[in-house]
Design a protein around this ligand. Structure first.
Ligand code: ASP
Length: 453
């Protein structure tokens, strides 16, 4: 059985919905279709995702305004979808009525108010897709995640799945009819609708695939493959045919955003193979993401980068002999709510690596003061504007000289490496450098590991 998830670009217009539905129906193993909200139409200048239109509406309504302009934009979008699919306009009327009703609900919790409205983007897609399939004579059921028992909790900015969701959703596997399932939302134990973070329909798809023990989870998007490097930085990068879960996770850490990182956990733990495929080119092979790779053609599978890092560098004589000092330093970071990414250390020095966008000048001031007053650390400097480039590959561990090749490639570009990081498992190696040298380093590394004939 295949669970397939169609992203916003695959459902952005009537024409895209027709394509997605014909893909869904082309293979009888495809039993459950998880849908995102309609995405941006590339041929409509300034177009917005349905989710963004609903966020705009929720914001203005929360501020006490009418939101007529916002409702108009949503209504235009709904009526175009319905007419492009030759469906009855009363469907758009009913959906608009539901949006108006939700936007009139009162609660003191901003998140609950907002999520109740924003979740309607996926509910709208699911309704339109199931109406369209029914109009084609297909027997299909729309299953609402809240009613089916996708139970979520929300704590400290993170939406989490409660374990009973898997049992609740497992019954979907034995249903006779095809199922359309809206992504992105579920309900709390108290019965409030809440959403995952942006792009979260991938997570819903992964949960449904795991709960129903699917043989395959297909993620239909707008790219033929996952590529070995960001096509915006490297011209015509090599397509990746196969990735392991671990490689996908490492690449997703900085920049490979083809599948939501939180979708990986349910897939990993239930060992569900994933296929990334293109709705606009369904015959393209796509990229498989598997528990274990069957081919290891290239020692490096992909190269990811991000220019949003900085290091906090601490030095003190005999630092290595001070019991518990690392714990004390990291406790200060934790208490200031600064997320630590890596902690490379020397003998009398250590650096704490954080995301630049999550470490403001105010955070820096607070951190300096606390480390100085509480731990007597006064040799501390901060280096901003750093980039991380990460080479990733299951084959690296058992191949001699991969890191030497990488550092040589960077040296040939006359770039100084600030930090090198790799752990025992050696599935990836991180190089840090000035963000102004990232693009050159990327080209050097790409040409080294993916030479063009
Ligand atoms: N519609 C939501 C978003 O735009 C969720 C998704 O598409 O996966 O983020």
């Amino acid at each position: 059985m295949i669970v397939c998830k169609f992203g916003g670009s695959s459902l952005a217009s009537g024409a895209q919905i027709r394509k997605s539905c014909s893909i869904f129906l082309a293979d009888p193993d495809r039993r459950i279709m998880v849908v995102s909200a309609p995405g941006v139409r590339p041929d409509v200048p300034g177009d917005k995702k349905m989710t963004d239109l609903l966020i705009d509406l929720a914001n203005v309504r929360w501020a006490g305004l009418e939101g007529n302009m916002e409702l108009l934009a949503i209504s235009d979008r709904l009526f175009s979808l319905v007419s492009e699919l030759d469906l009855h306009p009363s469907i758009a009327d009913q959906l608009l009525g539901e949006i108006a009703r939700r936007s009139e609900e009162t609660t003191v919790h901003h998140k609950i108010y907002r999520d109740g409205i924003v979740a309607l983007g996926e509910a709208i897609s699911a309704r339109i897709v199931s109406e369209f399939l029914s109009s084609q004579g297909v027997k299909v059921s729309l299953v609402d995640p809240c009613e089916a028992g996708l139970i979520l909790s929300y704590y400290s900015g993170l939406t989490q799945i409660l374990p009973e969701s898997y049992d609740n959703l497992s019954t979907l596997a034995s249903r006779d009819e095809l199922i359309v399932f809206p992504g992105f939302y579920g309900r709390t134990e108290e019965g409030n609708t809440i959403t995952f973070s942006r792009g979260g329909s991938d997570i819903s798809g992964a949960i449904v695939a795991a709960a129903t023990s699917a043989d395959l989870y297909e993620n239909w998007t707008d790219m033929d493959h996952v590529y070995a490097a960001n096509p915006l930085l490297i011209n015509d990068p090599e397509p990746i045919k196969e990735l392991s879960y671990r490689e996908m996770r490492e690449l997703a850490y900085i920049g490979f955003s083809i599948i939501h990182p939180e979708a990986l956990e349910p897939l990993f733990s239930h060992r569900i193979p994933v296929r990334i495929a293109n709705t606009d080119n369904p015959s393209a092979e796509g990229t498989m993401v598997l528990a274990e790779r069957t081919h290891l053609d290239n020692v490096v599978t992909g190269i990811a980068c991000s220019d949003d890092f900085c290091t906090i560098n601490i030095r003190r004589v005999l630092l290595n002999q001070e019991r518990g000092i690392l714990l004390k330093i990291l406790t200060v970071f934790n208490e200031l709510d600064i997320n630590v990414e890596h902690v490379p250390s020397g003998i009398d020095s250590l650096s704490v690596i954080v995301r630049g966008s999550e470490f403001s000048l105010e955070d820096e001031l607070l951190l300096r003061n606390r480390l100085q007053i509480e731990l007597g650390i006064d040799d501390l400097d901060v280096t901003r504007n750093l980039a991380i480039i990460m080479i990733v590959g299951e084959g690296m561990r058992d191949t001699v000289g991969v890191i030497a090749r990488a550092t040589n490639a960077i040296a040939r570009e006359n770039i100084s490496i600030e930090v090198v990081l790799s752990d025992y498992h050696e599935i990836s190696c991180i190089f840090m450098m000035s963000k102004y040298e990232m693009n050159r380093a990327m080209h050097g590394l790409y040409n080294e590991f993916f030479p063009r004939n």
